[in-house]
Design a protein around this ligand. Structure first.
Ligand code: 3HC
Ligand code: NAI
Length: 703
C-alpha cells in the first residue's frame, strides 16, 4: 500500500489504517494510500470498510507544510469522492482529534463512530483558511446552518458527546479498543442492512433563517476580524450551501479556499502556527533534559499579577500557596481571585462547583515556613530590585533544595536577583502578561547560570498551564518590553509632528492592533510610564521625548482611571472621545518646540511606530537575546495583541521587504537623528543580502 496507510481484511470488514505520525496529517502519501485501499476494498470480500488511525489521534487535518507548494495528486476532494461513492459503507472510527481535512474525511464517510474522549472540529479559520474539502457544505446539512456557522467561524473543537447531539457523530463507542469496537459497529450496520448514508443527499431547511441572517453574520464577524478575511469567505460558503446544489457549493468552497490559501493573511497565520511550536524548543538543550516534578507552587505577592498567576496553576489542578506581606493584603488578593472566578461563572464559562474546586486549591499565608515544601516559587512583588533580592535571599533559606525560584519581573536583571541566593542555577524568569490568567504568553528568561533542567521544566509547566512559551536571555525589558520602547515613543512624537491621538490610534487599529498605543497608555495609566521614566537615567535629554504623556500626567490626566488622558472617557460607557483641549495643547507644544506641524499619512504612522520595534528586534536577534525571529513574532502575537493576520513584527517586516524597512529607517535617521533611528547591523546586512528574517532563522535552525 504505502508506508503511511495499510489495508487488511478483518472477517468481513476492510480496515484502512492510517499511520503518519505525529498527527496523521493528510500528506500526499496518506491521500494516495487511502485511495488505493478503497480501490482494493471495492474488489474484495469485505462488506463494509472502517477507516481508522494509529497513534495518538485520528487525522488532524491537511498537511499544513504542503500549503504554498505545487499541488500533488490525488487531491483531497478526489479521495473524499471515492469514499462517498464507495459501494460498501465506509465508517470513520475517531479517537483523539479529527480536525480540518481529517474531520472532512469523516464527514464524507457514510457513518462516524467515536470514543467519548475524542474531539472533532474545523479549525481552518485559525490558519486564515476555510474547510476546503466539503466541511462548509456538509456540516450545515447535518448540524443546521447556525451551528455550522458557529463551529466553522470559531474553529473551536467540539467534544464528541456534544457532536453526537448535533448529529455530527452517529455512534459513541465504549472502552479503549477502538478498532474492535468500530469493527463491531460496522458489522452491526451490515447486519441491520443500514443504507449508504450520504450527507450530500440531505436538504438544508433554511426556513429557520431570518431574511438578513448572512448579512448580519458578516457584520458581526467583521467587527472582530482585525485584518482576517477567512470569516467572511466562510459565510459565503455556507450561504452557497443553502442556495446552491451541493456540487456547485463544493465548487464555490474550493474557489474561496484557493483564494485564502494564497493570501498573505493565511501565510502569516501558518507562520505563527509553526512559530509557536518552534518557540517551545530550546536550541542547545538536550531533547531528553531531565524534568523536575512540579506538584505544588507558591506565589509571592498577591497583586495584579500574583493573583492571576495563582489562578493559572489552580486552573490545571496544581495547589498554590499565595504569600503576602500581611493579612489585609492577603485577604485583598484572595478576594480579587474569587471575584475574577465569579465573573467567569456569571458569564457561564465555568460551572460554580469547578470554581469552588479551583479556589480550594489556593491557600494563603504570610509566613515563609509555609512554602518550604513547594516545588516552584514565582515572585510577583513590586518592581524593585532590592525588594526582589531580599525575597530571593529568604527563599534561599527556606525553600527545599531543587525548588525552582522564578521571578515575574518585567525589567530587572534576573542574574542580579539570582546572586541573592546560593543556588543561581535554580533561578529563572517567568514573565507573565496582564491579566496573567488570560494572556497566553509566558516569556521564560534564561539567566546566565539557569540550569538545563530548570529551563526544560519551566517550558513544560508553561505548556501545562496553557501558555505559549518563548525564551529570552537577560536584557532590560527582555524581548517584548524592550522592543516596545520605540513604538510608544514614536506614537507620541507623531502628535507633535501633526497627528491627533485618534489619528495615530486609528491607523494602528486599522492595521489590526487591538488598541492603539495612546489609548493603551490611557488604559494602563499614563502615570505608570511617567514614574518609570523618572527612575531611568539612560533617556536622552530631549524636550520632545514623551512630551505629551508627561504634560498630561502633570495636568492630572492619568488616563481612564482619572476620566481623561490622551482622550476623554464617558464615565458610564468608558468609551473614548477626542478631546479638543488635548489637541489644542499639542499644537501649543509643537509651536513652543518650533515644530512645523504637517499632514502625516497612515503609512508614515505605521512605519514610524513599527520600524523601531522591528529594528530593536533585529538587535535582539544579533545579541542572541531571542533564539529566532519567529520567537519574537510569537511574543508579539500572544503578549501584545499584534494582529495574527500580519504574523508578528518580524514576519511583517519580511512581507514589507527588509530593504524597504532599512531604507525607511535610514530616511528617518536623516530626518530625526541617529539617537532614535540607528539601523541594526543585522537589518542592514540582511537588506544588503536581499534576505529575510525567515531565511536567517532557517540558516540557523538546529544550531
Ligand atoms: N500539518 C502538519 N504538521 C502538523 C499538523 C498539520 N495539520 N498538525 C500538527 N502538526 C505538527 C506540529 O507542527 C508539531 O510538529 P513539531 O513536533 O515538529 O513541532 C507536531 O505535529 C505535533 O503538534 P502539536 O505540538 O501541536 O501537538 P499537540 O498534541 O499539542 O496537538 C493537534 C495536536 C491538536 C492536532 C494540533 O497539532 C493541531 O491543532 N494541529 C492543527 C490542526 C489543524 O489546523 N488542522 C486543519 C489543517 S487545514 C486543513 O485541514 C484544510 C482542509 O480543510 C482542506
Ligand atoms: P502589584 O502592586 O499589583 O502587586 C504587588 C503585590 O506584592 C502587592 O499585593 C504587595 O502587597 C505584594 N508585596 C509587596 N512586597 C511584598 C513582600 N515583601 N512579600 C510578599 N508580598 C509583597 O504589582 P503587579 O502589577 O502585580 O506587579 C508585580 C510584578 O509583576 C512586578 O515585578 C511587575 O513588574 C511584574 N509585571 C507586572 C505586569 C503588569 O502589567 N502589572 C506585567 C508583567 C509583569
Amino acid at each position: 500500500m504505502s508506508e503511511a496507510v495499510s489495508y487488511e481484511l478483518q472477517d468481513e470488514i476492510g480496515v484502512i489504517s492510517v499511520n503518519n505520525p505525529p498527527v496523521n496529517a493528510l500528506a500526499q502519501i496518506v491521500r494516495e494510500g487511502i485511495l488505493r485501499s478503497l480501490e482494493l476494498a471495492q474488489e474484495d470480500d469485505s462488506k463494509a470498510i472502517v477507516l481508522c488511525c494509529e497513534g495518538r489521534t485520528f487525522i488532524a487535518g491537511a498537511d499544513i507544510t504542503e500549503f504554498g507548494k505545487p499541488p500533488r495528486e490525488p487531491g483531497l476532494p478526489k479521495v473524499l469522492s471515492a469514499i462517498e461513492n464507495s459501494s460498501k459503507p465506509v465508517v470513520a472510527a475517531i479517537h483523539g482529534t479529527a480536525l480540518g481535512g481529517g474531520f472532512e474525511v469523516a464527514l464524507a464517510c457514510h457513518y462516524r463512530c467515536a470514543i467519548k474522549s475524542a474531539k472533532v472540529g474545523l479549525p481552518e479559520v485559525k490558519l486564515g483558511l476555510l474547510p476546503g474539502a466539503g466541511g462548509t457544505q456538509r456540516v450545515p446539512r447535518i448540524a443546521g446552518v447556525k451551528a455550522a456557522l458557529d463551529m466553522i467561524t470559531s474553529g473551536n473543537p467540539v467534544a464528541v458527546p456534544k457532536a453526537h447531539n448535533m448529529g455530527l457523530i452517529d455512534a459513541l463507542l465504549d472502552g479503549d479498543d477502538l478498532l474492535s469496537a468500530s469493527v463491531r459497529y460496522a458489522m452491526g450496520l451490515i447486519e441491520s442492512g443500514a443504507p449508504l448514508k450520504r450527507i450530500r443527499d440531505i436538504n438544508i431547511d433554511s426556513k429557520e433563517l431570518e431574511p438578513d441572517f448572512f448579512e448580519n453574520a458578516r457584520k458581526k464577524l467583521a467587527r472582530r476580524a482585525r485584518g482576517q478575511i477567512a470569516q467572511d469567505r466562510i459565510v459565503s460558503c455556507i450561504e452557497a450551501a443553502v442556495e446552491l446544489p451541493i456540487d456547485e457549493g463544493l465548487e464555490r468552497e474550493r474557489e474561496l479556499f484557493l483564494e485564502l490559501v494564497s493570501s498573505p493573511e493565511s501565510a502569516a497565520m501558518r507562520h505563527i502556527f509553526f512559530a509557536e511550536r518552534q518557540a517551545a524548543k530550546i536550541k542547545d538543550l538536550p531533547k531528553d533534559a531531565a524534568l523536575r516534578p512540579i506538584n505544588k507552587v507558591a506565589v509571592i505577592g498577591g497583586g495584579t499579577m500574583g493573583g492571576g498567576i495563582a489562578m493559572c496553576f489552580a486552573n490545571v489542578g496544581i495547589p498554590v500557596v499565595l504569600l503576602e506581606v500581611n493579612d489585609e493584603a492577603l485577604d485583598r488578593g484572595l478576594g480579587i481571585i474569587r471575584k475574577n472566578y465569579n465573573i467567569t461563572v456569571q458569564k457561564g464559562k465555568l460551572p460554580e462547583n469547578q470554581m469552588e474546586q479551583r479556589i480550594s486549591l489556593i491557600s494563603g499565608t504570610t509566613n515563609y515556613e509555609d512554602i518550604a515544601d513547594v516545588d516552584m516559587v514565582i515572585e510577583a512583588v513590586f518592581e524593585n530590585v532590592d525588594l526582589k533580592k531580599e525575597i530571593f535571599g529568604k527563599l534561599d533559606s527556606v525553600c527545599k533544595q531543587g525548588a525552582i525560584l522564578a521571578t515575574n519581573t518585567s525589567y530587572q536583571d534576573v542574574d542580579i536577583i539570582s546572586e541573592a541566593t546560593a543556588r543561581p542555577q535554580d533561578v529563572v524568569g517567568m514573565h507573565f502578561f496582564s491579566p496573567a490568567n488570560v494572556m497566553k504568553l509566558l516569556e521564560v528568561v534564561r539567566g546566565e547560570k539557569t540550569s538545563d533542567d530548570v529551563l526544560a521544566t519551566v517550558m513544560q509547566i508553561g505548556k501545562k498551564i496553557r501558555k505559549v512559551c518563548a525564551l529570552s536571555r537577560v536584557c532590560y525589558g527582555f524581548i517584548g518590553n524592550r522592543m516596545l520602547g520605540g513604538y510608544g515613543r514614536e506614537a507620541q512624537m507623531l502628535l507633535l509632528d501633526g497627528c491627533t491621538p485618534s489619528q495615530v490610534d486609528s491607523a494602528l487599529e486599522g492595521f489590526g492592533m487591538a488598541m492603539g498605543p495612546l489609548a493603551m497608555g490611557d488604559l494602563a495609566g499614563l502615570d505608570v510610564g511617567y514614574k518609570a521614566r523618572e527612575a531611568r537615567t539612560d533617556l536622552p535629554d530631549d524636550p520632545k521625548l514623551y512630551r505629551m504623556g508627561t504634560l498630561l500626567v502633570e495636568m492630572g490626566r492619568h488616563g481612564q482611571k482619572t476620566g481623561s488622558g490622551f482622550y476623554k472617557y464617558d464615565p458610564e460607557t468608558r468609551k473614548r472621545v477626542a478631546d479638543p483641549e488635548v489637541e489644542d495643547r499639542i499644537i501649543e507644544e509643537a509651536n513652543k518646540l518650533g515644530i512645523e506641524r504637517r499632514a502625516v499619512s497612515d503609512d508614515e504612522i505605521l512605519a514610524r511606530c513599527f520600524y523601531p520595534l522591528i529594528n530593536e528586534g533585529a538587535k535582539i536577534l544579533e545579541e542572541g537575546i531571542a533564539q529566532r525571529a519567529s520567537d519574537i513574532d510569537v511574543v508579539y502575537i500572544y503578549g501584545y495583541a499584534f494582529p495574527v493576520a500580519k504574523g508578528g513584527p518580524m514576519h511583517y517586516a519580511d512581507a514589507v521587504g527588509l530593504k524597504n524597512v532599512y531604507d525607511k529607517i535610514c530616511e528617518f535617521r536623516d530626518r530625526y537623528g541617529e539617537e532614535y533611528w540607528s539601523p541594526a547591523p543585522l537589518l542592514k546586512q540582511l537588506a544588503e543580502e536581499g534576505k529575510s528574517f525567515a531565511e536567517w532563522d532557517k540558516e540557523r535552525s538546529g544550531s
